[in-house]
Design a protein around this ligand. Sequence first.
Ligand code: NAD
Length: 504
Amino acid sequence: MNLADLQAAVGLRTPIRHQLFIDGKFVDAESGETLATLNPHDNSTIADVALAGRADVDKAVDAARRAFPAWSRMAAADRGRILLRLADLIESNAEELARLESLDTGHPIKDSRALDVPRTAACFRYFGGMADKFQGDVVPVEAGFLNYLLREPVGVVGQVVPWNFPLMFTSWKMAPALAAGNTIVIKPAEITPLSTLKIAELMSEAGMPDGVVNVVPGLGSVAGQVLAEHDGVAKIAFTGSTATGRRIVTASAGNLKKVQLELGGKGANIVFEDANLVAAVNGSAWAIFHNQGQACIAGSRLMLHERIADAFLEKFTALAKSIRLGNPLDAATEMGPLTSAQHRDRVLGYVGVAREQGGEVIAGGKAPANPELARGCYVEPTIVRAKGPQDRIAQEEVFGPFVTVLTFKDDAEALAIANGTAYGLGSGLWTANLPRAHRVARDLKAGMVWINSYKRVNPGSPFGGVGQSGYGREMGFDAMREYTQVKSVWVNVDAQIPPWYPRG
Ligand code: NAD
């Protein structure tokens, strides 16, 4: 099917953008190279997308450097106004964006409509409003001096995002960076570039000056690596796997650019014996199965108090088996395909790993039998009981609809297991005991903790991890701090300083 026919078939009113976006224009790659982005529902080609190489990244960085002086000196309220207009445009193009995201990633359309698109608009709106409220400071120093602190943008920021929430992560990266006065070169994941390119188009419509935002779809090992190494880039902000995060740190060393890393996770989701089981079962299913488990904060270690484990698992398994798998563009679908065949194979590989180490597969562990889904990257909701907390399925990030079940006998053991991985991103706990809730939240090694809930995010609330889940925070005032640097200015107002060298 050609692109125009495909657009019509999936109900898109506007063209699918498939070129690089540099200096305010959609352009082909210098090399003319493209890479097909696929629909994970049936692995058909959606579009051949321009593939950025070194020359294209250089052009994008040059454009961002040229745009930086005017953008960074523009009145903050005017920068904010453009982001607020963009948020409105995202809302008026909501259905278009939701369909595009579901087509390219496999997100069920009901989630794209209810979560990805509204959260993207909310993020741009939050930081649009923040632009003229984030301010410097005055330090009460010694008499006769005024010392003020400027919060200045860092310059050209390179941003590299993964494929699991491309639309939303584009906003998490772009919005604070732009509000703070930086210019951007962003590289979406090579398998999900479409929604980021659409945002670039809407940016222009919102009045964004040329060169402030540049989008360079391309391979991580080429475009991503060049961006991370680039001497013209002042900061690199990365979301992705811990292994790639390490490469980014090494690549950044040349010009000692600032680095921000949002990496993997192995979220502990702890259900105590006094929890409301109905809420905990439902919330725990959401924690792992939303977006097919492809979430860094997924509650992928389900930790059950031994007294309620059997009762919990009976309900949880029944719920998991009832989840409706199907074409992401069908409004009734509750779980879509994984985003690529390669990733589906990796996830299914962990079923073998689990069995080798004595794990018990309680549900799923395979592709669904439905012939309508046979060409897609589907995996059934999978529940595996591990033998122990050191098993690979209890330590390594699977990043799929695959939950590892562990049991514990008391709070101390729960904490020891929860804190016993290299990661520390999101964690959840379910209990009716208030002191216990806060005590465990305090003692969890994590950047985020949800009590009697899971996976809440809000543009005002800092998002990020500890340990091998990375450093730095997205969202909230913390994100503005990440995208600025402090300049301390000293003014001699009327200081009486005795001469240092009193010779005349
Ligand atoms: P990935 O690390 O393979 O790729 C992420 C991005 O990095 C892609 O755009 C890719 O092209 C690029 N990349 C790859 N190699 C590169 C290199 N050498 N230099 C520069 N860029 C390079 O990760 P993924 O498989 O796309 O995403 C899944 C991972 O992301 C999981 O580990 C998940 O936990 C993590 N993640 C973390 C967060 C968070 O906020 N902490 C959020 C979402 C996903």
